[in-house]
Ligand binder design. Sequence first.
Ligand code: AHM
Ligand code: MG
Length: 333
Amino acid sequence: MKTLGEFIIDRQGEYPGATGELSALFAALRLASQVVHREINKAGLADITGAADLENVQGEQQQKLDIYANDKFKVALAARGVVCGLASEEEERFIRFDEGLNPDAKYVVLIDPLDGSTNIDVNVSVGTVFSVYKRVTPFGQPISERDFLQRGRDQVAAGYVIYGSSTMMVYSTGNGVNGFTYDPSLGVFCLSHKNMRLPKSGNIYSVNEGNYVHFPNGVKKYIKYCQVEDEATNRPYTSRYIGSLIADFHRNLLKGGIYLYPTSSRYPDGKLRLLYECNPIAFLAEQAGGKAIGDRQQRILDIEPRAIHERSPLFVGSVDMIVKLEEFLEGGQ
Ligand code: AHM
Ligand code: MG
């Protein structure tokens, strides 16, 4: 049995000149996620569920655990000395750690500390999703927004923690995807899913169909295609939607499937945030052999970001299913 810590040290040897900074960053993510795991497991017993009577910058109601998780990841990442700045779904502006604390740190992190947090109150899976880049601002100069507004293809690492029936961390540093299951009795993440591959095709589609009437035509037609009977292509597909991006993606990563969050009248630009939801998931999907596109069929990882909290439609999953969807997007407007 290999622990996450051992795995990271082994892998570091494969990168000549590695300084251990990325390993330290992962140690921070690991520690914060263990603390969040502990807290989530008390949901229902302690007074930690429900709304916090605060809104985030996007006008969304913050949950108590959103704020808790944000604080834990922020503190853990600041403390290791390897991160110069953090952008979070829960913070209006990026946070600087380069003033005094970590002036020479080379990484920036973008994070949704607790995604799908309304699922907490009903004991359904939630997650943390993160993205890591090298700063572009020269050392010695104050970091700026452009350190965060990098294209997804420039990610150094990305991953998520899923707090499900068990807690797992799944990540990639651009050399495949590996998954680690947390053993709370030992307090360690153990390598349980080596070199994860997204099946080339599948029979699961995941979308909030309640918004169907507001979807673009191509997406509507694709959903109908998923529902039509055809033995050769294993249709009708099965519909599975948890409403927690990480849990929906995780299932599809293991089983094969497609996740869709298109534009709708409520969310004309899509709901998911490009920088700390779409990009890390797209990076993992591609690293596992899958595909991730936006509504103009552009590769998610090639989108030039304009704002930290910018949204994007997202279609991600098994490559054959995304290619089929593209036919509908092309013809469907
Ligand atoms: P959040 O970051 O505020 O939790 O919202 C993101 C979540 C995703 O996890 C999930 O896929 C999506 O919102 C569900 O949205 P909807 O309820 O519109 O289907
Ligand atoms: Mg989110």
